[in-house]
Design a protein around this ligand. Structure first.
Ligand SMILES: C[S@@+](CC[C@H](N)C(=O)[O-])C[C@H]1O[C@@H](n2cnc3c(N)ncnc32)[C@H](O)[C@@H]1O
Length: 230
C-alpha cells in the first residue's frame, strides 16, 4: 500500500451555544500557535458569510503555525476578515494589525477582539471598514503583510480586490491569500489567474481534505499596471 500523506486541516476544539446573545449563536474554540481562540459566530445572522469561520482562515492559521511565522514589528492588514480569527492570531503573534471588513461586520470583530486580545496588545489592533475598490485609498501603502482568506467567490469582486491589493502593496509587501478552491470554483480559479498577472504567485501549502490552497504573492517589479487603467 502506498503511504498516504494527507495533511489535516485544523478544526474547532468545541463550541458552546449561547442562544441568549443577539450577536452570537455560539462560541467556537480553536487552538493555534499555542493560543486558545474564542470566536463568536452566528451563521444564521443577517451578516451572512462574514459571521462564521471559513476553512481558508483556518488554513492560514495552521500554515503560520507550521512555518513558525512571527509578526513582531510587522504591519499587517486583513481584507474581508469576517469574525477576525486570523488577524486576532496575528496580533497575538506580535503583529500590528488592521482588521477590515464591511462596516456591518465591525461590531462582531470588535467583540471577538475584546475576548482574545489582552489590554497590553490592544494598541496594536485596529478595526476599520474597508470596502474593496471604494475606500481603499484611505489606507496607507506600507504594510508588510496583507491577508485574505475565502474572499474571492463573486465574479464582480475580482477587479475590486485587485484594485485594493495594488493600492495597499509596496515593494516589501507579502500577500498570503488562501481559498477553498471548490467553493465557487470557476470564480476562484479565474481570480487567481487574474491576480497572477500582477503578482508573483506561489502555492505554498495545500490542505487536500478541505480543498484549501494557500498562496504567497509578491508584487511584480516593475509594476505591471497603472492603477488608473483598472
Ligand atoms: C466568506 S467570508 C470569509 C471571512 C473570513 N475571511 C474567513 O475566512 O473566515 C467573506 C468576507 O468578505 C467580506 N466582503 C465581501 N464583500 C466585501 C467587500 N466588497 N468589501 C469588503 N469586504 C467584503 C464579507 O463581509 C465576509 O466577511
Amino acid at each position: 500500500m502506498p503511504e498516504t500523506n494527507v495533511v489535516k486541516l485544523m478544526e474547532r476544539d468545541y463550541f458552546l451555544k449561547v442562544y441568549a446573545d443577539r450577536d452570537f449563536l455560539m462560541f467556537e474554540y480553536y487552538n493555534s500557535c499555542g493560543f486558545q481562540l474564542k470566536i463568536g459566530v452566528n451563521p444564521f445572522s443577517r451578516l451572512g458569510f462574514g459571521a462564521m469561520v471559513w476553512e481558508a482562515a483556518l488554513g492560514l492559521c495552521q500554515y503560520f503555525e507550521k512555518e513558525e511565522i512571527r509578526f513582531s514589528d510587522k504591519k499587517v492588514i486583513e481584507l474581508g476578515a469576517g469574525t477576525g480569527i486570523l488577524s486576532i492570531l496575528v496580533a497575538l503573534l506580535g503583529g500590528d494589525v488592521t482588521i477590515t471588513d464591511k462596516s456591518e461586520l465591525l461590531k462582531l470583530i470588535k467583540r471577538n477582539v475584546s475576548y482574545n486580545i489582552p489590554s497590553s496588545l490592544k494598541p496594536q489592533v485596529h478595526v476599520s471598514a474597508l470596502h474593496w475598490g471604494h475606500n481603499h485609498t484611505l489606507f496607507p501603502l506600507d504594510y508588510d503583510y496583507i491577508l485574505c482568506s475565502d474572499i474571492m467567490y463573486f465574479h464582480y469582486n475580482i477587479p475590486l480586490i485587485l484594485k485594493t491589493l495594488l493600492h495597499l502593496c509596496s515593494k516589501k509587501t507579502i500577500i498570503y491569500f488562501a481559498s477553498t478552491m471548490s467553493y465557487s470554483q470557476n470564480v476562484t480559479r479565474l481570480g487567481y489567474v487574474t491576480l497572477s498577472q500582477y503578482f508573483q504567485t506561489e502555492l505554498v501549502c495545500r490542505y487536500d481534505v478541505k480543498d484549501v490552497n494557500v498562496y504567497r504573492m509578491i508584487p511584480n517589479t516593475p509594476p505591471t499596471v497603472q492603477l488608473d487603467n483598472l
